[in-house]
Structure formats: structure tokens, C-alpha cells
Design a protein around this ligand. Sequence first.
Ligand SMILES: NC(=O)c1ccc[n+]([C@@H]2O[C@H](COP(=O)([O-])OP(=O)(O)OC[C@H]3O[C@@H](n4cnc5c(N)ncnc54)[C@H](OP(=O)(O)O)[C@@H]3O)[C@@H](O)[C@H]2O)c1
Length: 272
Amino acid sequence: MKIHLKIGFIGVGNLAQTVIKGLIENKVVEAKSIFGSNRSDGKLQKIADLYGINACATNEEVVDKADVIVIATKPQDLAGAIEPIASVFTEKQMLISLAAGVTLRQLRKKLPQCRIVRLMPNTPSLISRGVIGFVMNEEDPGLQTIVEDLFEPLGYVLKVEDEEKFEALMVSCSAGTGFIFELMMYWQEWIEERGFDPDTARKMTVETFLGASMLASQQKEASLEDLLLKVSSKKGVTAAGLQSMRELEIERALRYSFEKAALRNQELAKET
Ligand SMILES: NC(=O)c1ccc[n+]([C@@H]2O[C@H](COP(=O)([O-])OP(=O)(O)OC[C@H]3O[C@@H](n4cnc5c(N)ncnc54)[C@H](OP(=O)(O)O)[C@@H]3O)[C@@H](O)[C@H]2O)c1
């Protein structure tokens, strides 16, 4: 086992279950060192039976038992989960918050005694192909290693220096996953309009995105521009399409969407 600490999860919903599964299957943490609590009992018992983790009757019990506490509720439930038990946390404990929109400053205010990390996995983490960004209050190499070891089973783990970069990561990789699906829908629709059945059109679309991504992933020495040049010859078919994409300022439209998403993230942070 890589980590010999006790890990607690407050909230064992979709994301927490993915993390727990990754930790156990990849032998990062033993099931008996994992503790969980949840608002509704049924879900917790199911997870405990499935993975052999410890089911705790209360959130307080999780904090009591664990060294690292992952708060995996939705952002709007975070305050209700932590505030009543804030005094139970000790200065030795580490808190990892998965809640979007709850800043380090807000977390520090609630739990001034703990070492705190904000972490954001994107949805492909569910299939171990995620981008998982995290940010901490201050340099803490010990805590950084723990976070990297815990979340590596979900994909590419990346520490960013500040919350501005954390927001950029959320917009480009978490919201970005949604933007990619939107583009894929345009692809599929266009293919279907040319007489392909939906299943074939979907497969053609998915394989095109996957193939391009895998090529870029494998040919690490090539920049994305190099790869683009390789598929487009002067006055060719691809070049004609690209020229039109540029005339229509697709980049500007996308940048605008990124900025809009960032603004919404800031609004949500205020509301939370
Ligand atoms: N799923 C993803 O792909 C993903 C990706 C990136 C980030 N995230 C972030 O991860 C967090 C969790 O998302 P999720 O999709 O896993 O949500 P989810 O499936 O709704 O899980 C949240 C869990 O928290 C439990 N909960 C709520 N209040 C609680 C309390 N006071 N005490 C104990 N447990 C409580 C809920 O219990 P009930 O059973 O009663 O509902 C639920 O099981 C969110 O902040 C989200 O933004 C998720």
C-alpha cells in the first residue's frame, strides 16, 4: 500500500465512490483504512458492503477516525456538513474539499486549525482519464505527495499555484469537457444529415476526437500546431475548412464562452 493514513469521506456520492474504487483497486489505501459517512444511510451501507470500507454513523465519527478528510458533498451542502463539527478537527488533520466555488479563504475561516486543499477532478476522472487540479494555502510538500498519491488513479494530477489558475483549470478542463461534448454534437448532427444512421455517426465522431487526442498524446514532441500542419496541405480540403473556421472567428467565440464560464464560477462562489 502506498499510503498508510486513514482516509475519511464526508459524502459518498458519485465522485467519492470513484475515488474510493480507485484507491482500493490501485492498492493506494487499504479498504479498512477508509471511513465514510453520508446523509442518506442506504447509499453508505451499499458502498460499505461493496468495497469493505467502514460506514460511520455521523460525519463527526469520520473526522474522529481519519487523518485526511475528503469533503465530497455538493458545494451547497458543505457548510451544513462541516460547521456543526468544526471543533472536532485537529491541527494534525488534512481537509480536501471537492466543492466547486468554495474558496480556500472560506474553508480556512471554517477550519482555521487544518491543512486545506481545494481539488477539482473533471468528469472523465470516472474512467481514470481525468484532469485533477489542486491548490493549497501554502507550500506543503508532505500534503502535496498525499494528494498526488490519492488522486493519481483518476488521471493527470496537477498542482496549481493560486486560485486564479485553479479557476482557469476548472473552466478549461471541467466545464471544457462539456464544451467538447457540444462540439461533438455538431459533428454527429452534420454526419447524420448526410445519411448516416445515428449510431454510426456517433462512432465516427467519437473515434475522430479520440484518435486526434491519442495522436497528440503519443506524439509528445510535436506541438498541436505541428500536428495541424501535418493534416492540412496548402489549398487542400482541410485547409479550406480551417480558413473558414478562422474567418468565422471560432476562436473568439470559444474564448468568450471560457470567460462567461469563469464569470459564472465567480458568481457561484459569492452565492455559496
Ligand atoms: N461527479 C463528478 O464528475 C464531479 C466532477 C468534478 C467535481 N465534482 C464535485 O464533487 C462534489 C460531489 O459531487 P458528486 O457528483 O459526487 O455529488 P453527489 O453524487 O450528489 O454526492 C454528494 C453526496 O454528499 C452527500 N451529502 C450531502 N450532504 C451531506 C451531509 N451534510 N453529510 C454527509 N453527506 C452529505 C449526499 O448524500 P445523499 O445520498 O443524501 O444525497 C451525496 O451522497 C461536488 O462538489 C462536485 O462539484 C463532481
